[in-house]
Design a protein around this ligand. Structure first.
Ligand code: NAP
Length: 297
């Protein structure tokens, strides 16, 4: 698979990543098959979070724990992946990015994942109560202790990202906003511009709008306009609509890695084909116009 640089770290990963949010029902054997399938097609950036599993049978930490079981049973897999996790959401509070909480959260994540380090640690959502200097102190120590290689944020505004960056010893490698043909705000709210400014990579979540762009089931006001353009492009490229939707997310000028979330092995394999699809500039702007509901000025 084509490779994409992770920030200015010098490290590259597959151009599409695999996410474990929906691992909540997976047995260890099922999770093993999904991870191996993702790695086989080149999706070596594996994204999880401590909160994944909360509210489901596995509970807080459940998705990390099942991935940790996979890694314990097949330790050779760890070196094949660029492992990313997140912390900082703790219901019902709901967020905590204090120094003490984050240091403990990382310890707990490493124990569940059964690894001595993660490649990327991301603050999952901004904690409006935590002074950024204190959050940054925790993140700086995570890196200096060798337990975290690189840092990222998720669902931060550009101003929040910049404020945190000002207190960090290293450059944020990634941001993680929602981005898809049905959620295009990172192109206009400054998120992708901040990535271009600093060299950070955008890992983007729900690139199929949580499945809506594959199933066609959406009540988004621009849903049918966007689906119509995706269908036309799918027909002309002779591929499934979901692949056009994935290809769209990789088109803006910034470095973008979509994180897919299918639990279906065939769909994991098939998604990898999106990196070979070449949409034209007109195709791209047709999807932007369908989302905005007006022609480009
Ligand atoms: N930072 C954050 O706040 C945040 C929030 C949400 C997600 N994430 C990350 O982003 C990852 C992906 O999110 P997501 O699961 O919402 O992504 P997604 O790829 O947009 O949606 C995946 C969903 O689409 C469904 N789907 C239906 N038809 C499909 C098709 N033809 N091809 C592919 N999928 C199809 C899948 O069902 P099947 O399983 O039946 O295929 C699955 O339920 C998560 O695992 C997580 O790592 C981060």
């Amino acid at each position: 698979m084509r490779q994409t640089a992770i920030g200015t770290t010098g490290v590259k990963t597959g151009a599409i990543a695999y996410g474990c949010w929906r691992f909540t029902e997976s047995t260890m054997q099922e999770a093993d098959a999904k991870i191996r399938t993702a790695l086989d097609v080149g999706m070596n950036l594996i994204d999880t979070a401590d909160i994944y599993g909360f509210g489901e049978a596995k509970g807080f930490g459940g998705a990390e724990a099942v991935l940790g079981d996979v890694l314990e049973a097949a330790p050779d897999l760890r070196a094949k992946m660029f492992l990313a996790t997140k912390g900082g959401i703790i219901p019902p509070r709901p967020y905590d990015s204090s120094y003490d909480y984050l240091m403990q959260a990382l310890d707990d994540s490493l124990k569940r994942l059964k690894t001595d380090h993660v490649d990327l640690y991301q603050i999952h959502r901004p904690d409006l109560m935590a002074p950024v200097a204190e959050t940054a102190r925790a993140l700086n120590e995570m890196v200096s202790s060798g337990r975290v290689r690189f840092l990222g944020v998720s669902n931060f505004s550009v101003a929040q990202t910049r404020a945190l960056q000002a207190h960090l010893d290293t450059s944020l490698a990634t941001v993680q906003p929602e981005f898809s043909a049905l959620e295009q705000s990172p192109m206009t709210d400054g998120t992708l511009d901040w990535c271009s400014e600093t060299g950070a990579t955008a890992l983007v979540w729900s690139p199929l709008a949580g499945g809506a762009l594959a199933t066609g089931q959406t009540d988004h006001p621009r849903g049918s306009a966007v689906l119509n353009v995706l269908d036309r492009l799918a027909q002309s490229h002779n591929v499934q609509r979901s692949l056009i939707a994935l290809a769209f997310t990789m088109m803006p000028a910034a470095k973008i890695i979509p994180i897919i979330g299918t639990q279906n092995l065939d769909r994991i394999r098939e998604s990898a084909q999106a990196t070979a699809i070449e949409l034209s500039a007109r195709d791209f702007y047709d999807l932007v116009e369908a989302y905005r509901g007006v022609p480009m000025p």
